[in-house]
Design a protein around this ligand. Structure first.
Ligand SMILES: *Cc1c(COP(=O)(O)O)cnc(C)c1O
Length: 374
């Protein structure tokens, strides 16, 4: 069994996909081909944002977003403790300091109360200037933006939505990538919508920010390519990836987002009698199921369980085994408050195989294996 069956997806999409890639090859417009602009317009319309700036990957999308706000040394960027490394890495990469706050135990997403405690702690210490808030739509589920935006507004901080895993998710009638001042996503192959390599995008409604992001992503260009008015980076989505993503978007909108929710529903039923905490999708939310993540009983040896599952042919993954605040790459100034919920989650989470082309029998097989191994 595949954890996320990208081969199967390609088999299904092969005719359209091969034709789309062949069109790029025939024109030899590998960079800035017409597919890039078409994709940007399509993505912006889909998530409900005015601007989409495509770029090389989700990590540079995050970094470009912080750069466009002029964030740098002395600035604190508040980051959930339970996320992929990138969300904090980009703050450090531009000389700022990520400051970690805790998440909620049921949704795995940003805890607005912990965020406020972290902001207050940074203010009290007086060494860093609170500069921005990052929130993550983990595993396909949007964070609680009503609560997060209220805290951010109270302290006058811009919000960066890291929807690398959240693309396609819905929160109170709005799609992920539409929350906060700037949002980003990733098209890494295994994300809800993935390309055949690396890719990413930044979204904003602000015209000036959009222009600045565009400049920063092309070596800080000014009025033309060889006029450079600021230090930027080289981060672009190539035409082949854009062509791939246009085909993927067709499938995502036509069936994949629906099907992945069907698979999650099968899991919820098949696992209901096991001693596991199943994923929670709050009222008014739709997940795009980047991961289906359960919590094992407290104290249960996860390594042994994973090995036993592997013996039965079932791949499982742990996202994430370590809280951000214990990562050696970050200094002690990144930890101003405790994050006990993240610490507990890192011990207990287990992600199961899930993708839109999964069949009910496969879900039953995972459940049967789990039942045996537990
Ligand atoms: C994957 C991911 C990223 C980084 O995206 P890349 O395209 O791999 O650079 C950032 N944040 C989160 C939460 C992610 O899951």
């Amino acid at each position: 069994m595949q954890f996320r069956d990208l081969k199967k997806q390609y088999e299904v999409l092969k005719p359209q996909m091969d034709a789309a890639i062949a069109r790029v090859l025939a024109t030899a417009q590998y960079i800035h081909g017409p597919q890039v602009e078409e994709l940007e317009a399509r993505l912006a319309a889909y998530v409900g944002r005015k601007h989409c700036i495509s770029c090389g990957d989700g990590t540079s999308a995050l970094q470009l977003s912080l750069m466009a706000w002029g964030i740098g040394p002395g600035d604190a960027v508040f980051v959930p403790d339970f996320t992929f490394f990138s969300t904090g890495e980009v703050a450090s990469a531009i000389g700022a300091t990520p400051v970690f706050y805790d998440v909620l135990p049921d949704t795995f997403n940003a805890d607005a109360r912990s965020l406020e405690q972290a902001i207050l702690a940074v203010q009290r210490e007086g060494k860093l200037r609170p500069a921005a808030v990052a929130a993550v739509d983990l595993f396909g589920l949007s964070a609680d933006y009503d609560a997060i935006l209220a805290v951010a507004e109270k302290y006058g901080l811009p919000v960066l939505e890291d929807a690398a895993q959240g693309f396609g998710g819905v929160y109170h009638g709005r799609r992920c990538c539409s929350f906060g001042n700037t949002s980003i996503t990733s098209f890494y192959p295994s994300k809800p919508v993935g390309c055949y390599g690396d890719g990413g995008a930044v979204f904003t409604d602000d015209d000036d920010q959009a222009a600045l992001l565009r400049s920063l992503s092309v070596h800080g260009k000014g009025s033309f390519k060889y006029d450079n008015v600021r230090i930027g980076m080289n981060s672009r989505l190539d035409s082949i990836q854009a062509a791939v993503l246009l085909v993927k978007m067709d499938a995502f909108e036509a069936s994949e987002l629906r099907d992945v929710n069907t698979v999650a529903g099968w899991y919820n039923e098949a696992l209901s009698d096991l001693p596991l905490d199943l994923p929670v999708v709050p009222e008014g939310c739709l997940s795009s199921w980047a991961q289906y993540t359960v919590k094992l009983p407290e104290g249960r040896d996860r390594n042994t369980l994973q090995a036993a599952m592997k013996e039965l042919g079932i791949p499982t993954m742990v996202f994430y085994p370590k809280p951000m605040h214990v990562q050696k790459a970050f200094g002690p100034e990144s930890t101003v408050i405790p994050c006990p919920e993240t610490e507990k989650l890192c011990e207990r989470v287990l992600s199961l195989p899930l993708h839109p082309y999964m069949e009910r029998e496969q879900v039953e097989a995972v459940a049967a294996a789990l039942r045996r191994c537990l």
